[in-house]
Design a protein around this ligand. Structure first.
Ligand code: GLA
Length: 725
């Protein structure tokens, strides 16, 4: 069984794939996080004596460890605040007397098959209870009456442990939660590099790697969404761990709101990672008997470097997180109207896109922003989700019929969480946007944020969305989110619940998205937030694909897609070929093929030569669909270390087929280019398509191929397709 409890030593052993995680209930109920790393068959931890956990100035618990035990030094698994542990603690509560001291001790545990997700939030799924096992550890803080349950789920064949925490107020007076992390993780070392993905609009998820030092390092969002700026993902890689080898610990939070991931290196050279909802801007009021649940955190261990970690995350999201039929069913190849027309379209123009798209082999037309209310630019109408028949003469039904008659499916754009001051909805309900009394609202992209915490608001949005979706044949929705939260207050939430709005907003969004995908299970949902401003596992749960960036320049996309791939699979990365100025259509296609693939241009503007390339791309989309969507990714040359070229490959899970892609950012002067491939079966032979030449997997991976004759000019690119004999 993946979770075992050794009564004699009071040790919990969690065996997840090739990894082991060990907890111990020490004297007086202290719960210690003893180990996380490569698999250990036995787990006695006899030498981990409680006497060693104290130092000068350490507040002691004198009945434990012969008076030489202190929460100041011990690897307390989920530490309270103000009772001897001076490090960053995962929890901060304030009781009705105004005290904030807490000290959680073990009270009991349960081990059972299967798992559940935290209430109202996305989470990993067990298809059958046998897929995983869950350990629930109850902890209590006697003084405040706070009862904590820590959930650990182990997926037995994967190096993955998922966690969340549930806090119940068992006292007879209210409690305020100031901080409640989803997970707190203890690591017995500090020789790590902290890896994370920072970014901005148009340049999301850049790879950053820097050694940990004493003190703490954190990434976070206070924006109410996971944001372009930091992604709710981090990794700790042992110094020297690289793409293929070395230990890497990956951390990801299944949450789409403000988050925080902090690595705290203490004075004794151990590291604690706390991750969860950002305590900045968070305060939750808990009446007696009430319960609060955190989002789910996911921990991945890899002994095969960053590549191993990424592949584990990719498999996990595909198999255990993403829901709906398009997780496994082939997705239509789409063309989107945004960069082709922006707001300037009518029914005939859209049909003309569809006609040419049909010739190319495209399966679906997506009508982006501008079809509703009186929206002809970004200054109005968010909230007025009725069809603008002045623009779409004959109405939406007639447009969809014309598109369907060509054999194409039809998709549409929404931005439900926003409201334009210039909209009928805002004029009727000025208190439906987030706002605080006596303070003017900040405006961004000429819009306010709608109050998703309110059920009446969500019901109104649902009525409007459902009126369109139930009437017309719509196969796809792009759900956008184009600003962050400010003046975050709700007309229905006042003290002491006012600050709950940030989290309640996220819960409201999840509830509405859930209604959408539950009511329309055949709908393909794509998330978006000014490009990839909400590219997180919370959104991935509802939508199998997320628009990766508004930047469609193929060369700049390389860094964005490389960074995104650290945690997210190709099948989730919305990537389109556009009219962007750099590089030819071949390279645009090769880059977009490392993603969902589609088009974002006016196909009538393509010349005959480009049309030919584009037609071949559409055929390649089908040819390589399975390989790219379900294959294993190997990053070969990354854009941070190599100024000249970027290369990656996909290998089918059975290693029968592989596709190598190389994009040259700059001309490479060296006369000789040798590339070693990865992920193949060393004992099998592979034929390089188009050449008739055959090589052993061992040769391709160790000696490598001389690619000196392949294209190497600025912005050029090529692919190599290997098929096992
Ligand atoms: C955002 C999206 C774009 C497009 C526009 C429409 O910026 O990222 O793809 O949908 O909104 O306004």
């Amino acid at each position: 069984m993946p979770v075992s409890y050794l009564e004699k030593t009071k040790i919990f052993k969690l065996d997840a794939g090739d990894s082991t995680y060990v907890l111990r209930v020490a004297d007086e109920g202290y719960l210690l996080g003893l180990y996380w790393g490569a698999k250990i068959p036995d787990a006695d931890f006899e030498g981990y004596d409680l006497r060693d956990y104290a130092s000068s100035f350490s507040p002691r618990n004198e009945i434990v460890g012969e008076g030489r035990f202190s929460p100041d030094v011990a690897p307390i698994e989920y530490s309270g605040f103000g009772t001897g542990d001076f490090r960053k603690t995962p929890v901060a509560l304030r009781n009705a007397d105004g005290n904030d001291a807490t000290d959680f001790r073990y009270a009991g545990h349960r081990i059972h098959a299967g798992k559940r997700a935290p209430a109202g939030m996305p989470g990993l799924r067990a298809d059958t209870p046998a897929d995983c096992e869950t350990l629930e550890i109850d902890m209590t803080d006697r003084t405040t009456g706070a009862a904590l349950t820590l959930f650990y789920t182990v997926f037995k064949d994967e190096p993955v442990i998922s966690r969340f925490a549930v806090l119940k107020n068992t006292s007879d007076r209210p409690l305020e939660i100031e901080k409640l992390a989803s997970a707190s993780v203890q690591l017995n070392a500090m020789d790590f590099d902290f890896i994370h993905l920072y970014g901005r609009w148009g340049a999301e998820r850049n790879y950053v790697r820097a050694p940990l030092a004493h003190g703490h390092q954190s990434i976070s969002s206070t924006r109410g969404s996971s944001s372009h700026y930091h992604n709710p993902f981090a990794a700790l890689a042992k110094h020297g761990a690289d793409e293929e080898s070395g230990e890497v610990y990956g951390f990801s939070l299944i949450y789409s709101g403000s988050f925080d991931i902090t690595a705290d290196v203490d004075y004794y050279e151990t590291t604690r990672v706390n991750m969860g909802i950002n305590p900045d801007g968070f305060l939750w009021h808990l009446e007696p008997g009430e319960v609060f649940e955190t989002p789910e955190a996911v921990l991945v261990y890899s002994a095969e470097g960053l590549g191993g970690m990424s592949r584990a995350f990719h498999r996990l999201w595909l198999n255990r997180l993403i829901r709906g039929k398009y997780r496994t069913e082939k997705r239509p190849l789409l063309i989107n109207s945004w960069e082709a027309a922006f707001f300037d379209f009518d029914a005939d123009k859209l049909v003309s896109f569809a006609e040419r798209a049909k010739e190319i082999g495209i399966d679906m037309l997506v009508m982006d922003d501008g079809w509703f209310g009186r929206r002809n630019d970004d200054r109005s109408s968010l909230g007025d989700w009725w069809v603008n028949e002045d623009k779409l003469e004959g109405g939406l039904g007639s447009l969809i019929e014309r598109v369907n008659a060509l054999g194409l499916k039809f998709g549409i754009w929404y931005e439900p969480e926003m409201i334009s001051p210039d909209s009928d909805l805002f004029r009727a309900h000025p208190d439906w946007c987030l706002h605080v009394p006596n303070r003017p609202n900040s405006i961004a992209r000429h819009q306010y944020v709608i109050d998703m915490s309110r059920k009446d608001v969500r019901d109104n949005l649902w009525e409007q969305i459902n009126a369109v979706l139930s009437k017309y044949k719509i196969d796809y929705v792009k759900w956008d989110f184009n600003r962050n939260l400010t003046e975050a207050g709700s007309a229905l939430l006042s003290a002491p619940r006012g600050e709950e709005i940030f989290h309640r907003f996220v819960l409201g969004t999840y509830e509405l998205m859930g209604r959408l995908v539950d009511t329309y299970p055949d709908l393909l949902l794509e998330n978006c937030s000014g490009g990839g401003g909400r590219f997180d596992p919370g959104m991935l749960y509802f939508s199998p694909q997320i628009w990766c960036s508004d930047n469609t320049d193929p060369v700049e996309r390389l860094a964005i897609q490389f960074g995104t791939s650290l945690c997210y699979p190709a099948s989730s990365m919305g990537a389109h070929v556009s009219m962007s100025r750099r590089a030819g259509f071949e390279t645009k296609g090769n880059v977009a093929m490392w993603g969902t693939f589609g088009y974002e241009l006016d196909p009538n503007r393509l010349g005959e030569k480009d049309l030919e390339i584009v037609r071949k791309q559409a055929a390649d989309y089908h040819k390589y669909y399975e390989l790219i969507h379900y294959g294993d990714l190997y990053r070969i040359t990354d854009p941070w270390d190599n100024a000249y070229r970027c290369a990656w490959m996909f290998v089918s899970p059975d290693k029968a087929e592989a596709l190598y892609t190389q994009v040259n950012m700059r001309y490479y002067h060296c006369p000789f280019l040798l590339v070693r491939f990865r992920g193949l079966d060393p004992a099998k032979n592979y034929t390089l398509e188009g050449t008739g030449k055959t090589y052993s997997g061992a040769f391709l991976m160790n000696a490598g191929l001389n690619l000196s004759d392949c294209p190497r000019g600025d912005g050029s690119s090529f692919t190599l397709h290997f098929v096992r004999e």
